[in-house]
Design a protein around this ligand. Sequence first.
Ligand SMILES: Nc1ncnc2c1ncn2[C@@H]1O[C@H](COP(=O)(O)OP(=O)(O)OP(=O)(O)O)[C@@H](O)[C@H]1O
Ligand SMILES: [Mg+2]
Length: 356
Amino acid sequence: MATPQEILNDLKNIPYPGYSRDIVSFGIVRDIEVGSDAVKVHLAPGGANDEAVEEIRKQVDARIRALTGFDKVEIAIEAAPPPKHREPPRRTDIEGIKNIIAVASGKGGVGKSTVAVNLALALKASGKKVGLLDADVYGPSIPLMLGDNSDSGGSNEGDRIKPMLSHGIPAISLGLFINRGQPVIWRGPMITKLLTQFFREVEWGELDYLVLDLPPGTGDAQLTIAQQVPLAGGVIVTTPQDVALLDVQRGITMFQQVGAPVLGVVENMSYHLCPECGHRSEIFGHGGGAKMAGESEIPFLGEIPLARQIRETSDSGQPIVVSAPDSDHAKAFMALAQRVQTEVEKHGRMDLPLVH
Ligand SMILES: Nc1ncnc2c1ncn2[C@@H]1O[C@H](COP(=O)(O)OP(=O)(O)OP(=O)(O)O)[C@@H](O)[C@H]1O
Ligand SMILES: [Mg+2]
C-alpha cells in the first residue's frame, strides 16, 4: 500500500498549469490521508483560476488511482482565504499626501528597494511630487541608494522631522538615524511608534505619491507596517528565477487584509541587455511574472532588465532613472511608473480631495 509520502512524491510529477514547476513545490498539496481502500487529498490552490484548479484536480485523481489502484480518491479543495475585510478605498489621512504606495516582495533580495527608489524617481520625472519612506527598519538601504545625503535630513526642527532631500525627493529612513551611532534593538511596539513618526511627524510637504519600501516578506511584521496608513495600493516585486505563485499570492492576501488594492506585479532582473550590442538574453527564462499575474487576475506592471548598470548606479547613490534617464533601463522604470499611475487612478484615489 502506498504511503502518504510516496503519494506526495508521485504528485511531484504534476506541473502547475502553465509552469514547469510542480504543484507540490508550489505548496498546493496540504495533506494526504490513506485509508484501507481510499485516499483523501487536501489541496489549497490559493488564488488559481477555476480552470487551473480543475486541471490539477483531474491530474491528482488520475495519478493517485494509477499509483494505488484505489477507486475511492477524494479531493478536498480549500478555498482561498477570503480577504479579512474589504473596505471602500480610503483617502490617505496624512495631510498633504494623496497616495501611498507600498512596494513588497515575498522574499529578500529580489530588488524591492531598487524598484522602490527608481519607481519614486520615475514618478518624479513624470512631473509628480514624490516622497520615499524606507519602512525596512531591519535593513534600511534607501540612504545608500539615494546617495548619502544624511546630513541634509534626519534632524529635528521643532517637533517635526526633516527628511533628507535627494535627487529632488524627500526621503526618510531609519538608516539616517542609526548611522549616527546609536545601536538599538527594535521591538514590535517601537517599530510601530517609529513608523508613526515617519508618517506623521516628517515634514513631507505636499505629495502626489509616497512610496514605501517594505521589509522583505509578507508576514506579520510587514502587515503591521502596511496597516499604519491607508494605502492607495501595493506593488509586488518578483524575479523570474524565483517565480513562486504562492509568494505573490501571499503578497496579494497581505494587501487584501489591509483593504488595499494590489496595483500589480513587477518582474525584476527579468532579462539581460548586453551593454555592448543591446542583445537581449533571457537568462532565467522570463515571463513568469506576467503569466503569474494573469493567473492571479492582477495587473502585470512590467519587466525590469538585469543590468550591471542598474546595480552600480544604485550602489553609488545615482539611481539609473536620474543618472542615465535616456537608457533602456531607465525607460523600463518610466514605463513601470506610468502603469502604476494608471492603476492608482483606476482605483479612484487621485481625484479625491485631501483631508485637512
Ligand atoms: N534589475 C537589476 N539589475 C541588476 N542588479 C539589480 C537589479 N535589481 C536589483 N539589483 C541588485 O540586487 C541587489 C538586491 O537588490 P535590492 O537591495 O534592491 O533588493 P531588496 O529586495 O530590497 O533586498 P532586501 O530584501 O535586502 O531588502 C542589489 O545589489 C541591487 O543593486
Ligand atoms: Mg531592500
